[in-house]
Design a protein around this ligand. Structure first.
Ligand SMILES: Nc1ncnc2c1ncn2[C@@H]1O[C@H](COP(=O)(O)OP(=O)(O)OP(=O)(O)O)[C@@H](O)[C@H]1O
Length: 302
């Protein structure tokens, strides 16, 4: 089920006699169970797009639909959105986790009773029960981040907007937040994830949309995109250098030899190469595999 539809969004800022076309013809969608990584360099137009989705910035053209409703025409559409934007500013630092959850629950239209019940469930689930009465500013950064996500979920939204959810977290807290993101998508929510941490985007996303100077330059399943940018060559690492006879046989199939490392262009030549190499000891064979950071740099620098 399509939870978010963004259609031909356009936004131009005008200030001090200057105009900036921040977002141009941006379209994408996110289905239930899906994590879309929305990536772009600084100033590419991510925040403007997200603010238009969250109903905070009015588009000049185009429209947003959340669970079929346009947040700029029907504010009830925003009941289907939870957001953790700009760090964890969606929580009150002088309140406790329990108070934050209950307060935002009621603010989002829940009764006091339901807000308390949901707060309890979320505190358990996010392993914050033992800190429920500690004021937020005295919690660790990881706990604050978990609470920020819990608060965004209090009204059980279908769409979750997550901006840099793992920024500044240590390894353990990062693992926890990654697990939670997977679980939240697993229970059927759609997640829009923005981050400059491309390894995290690669791990968590099903699809990627890359924005450059206000325009989408790639939109694809994460695996497919990475595959497209990966080469066909193989790299073989040997335990010892080869004798001249094998070297010349390998050269005949266009292999490139650099010390104990051999590069072979494609899969059929790889098997011919392995025949020639027998019985030399092989340390590893690897395919030339791109990662999301390689793809991003190629597309954004192009
Ligand atoms: N309120 C505003 N008034 C004028 N220009 C703005 C305003 N907000 C953003 N911009 C400009 O619009 C462009 C897109 O900005 P935006 O904040 O959407 O980018 P971003 O991809 O979120 O960047 P970052 O990764 O740095 O947060 C930039 O050139 C920015 O300077």
């Amino acid at each position: 089920m399509q939870v978010l539809e963004v259609d031909q969004l356009q936004k131009t800022y005008r200030s001090g006699g200057k105009t900036v076309e921040a977002v141009r013809n941006v379209s994408f969608g996110i289905e239930s169970h899906e994590v879309l990584a929305f990536l772009g360099a600084n100033g590419a137009g991510k925040t403007t797009t997200i603010k238009m989705i969250a109903g905070l910035v009015l588009p000049d053209r185009g429209q947003v639909k959340i669970a079929g409703r346009n947040p700029h025409q029907q504010s009830i559409a925003l009941k289907s959105v939870g957001a953790v934007l700009e760090g964890n500013r969606n929580v009150y630092w002088r309140l406790t986790p329990e108070e934050n959850l209950e307060y935002f629950g009621v603010l989002r239209g829940l009764s006091g009773y339901v807000a308390r019940q949901r707060a309890k469930v979320l505190l358990e689930r996010f392993e914050l029960m033992h800190k429920r009465s500690t004021i937020v500013q005295n919690l660790s950064r990881g706990m604050q981040q978990k609470l920020a996500i819990a608060v965004a979920l209090i009204h059980e939204p279908q769409l979750l907007l997550l901006d840099e959810p793992t920024l500044g977290l240590d390894i353990e807290a990062t693992q926890t937040v990654k697990r939670l993101v997977r679980e939240i998508a697993g229970e059927g929510r759609a997640i829009l994830l923005t981050t400059h941490q491309l390894d995290i985007a690669e791990e968590l996303s099903n699809r990627v949309a890359i924005i450059k100077q206000g325009e989408i330059v790639a939109q694809e399943r994460t695996e497919t995109l990475i595959q497209k940018f990966s080469g066909d060559s193989y790299r073989i690492e040997l335990e010892q250098e080869l004798d001249p006879d094998r070297r010349s046989k390998l050269a005949a199939i266009d292999a490139v030899i650099e010390g104990k490392t051999i590069y072979i262009r494609q899969i059929d030549l790889l098997y011919q190469g392995l025949e020639i190499l027998k019985p030399s000891a092989i340390v590893r064979i690897e395919k030339d595999q791109a990662n999301l950071a390689d793809v991003f740099l190629k597309l954004v620098k192009k």
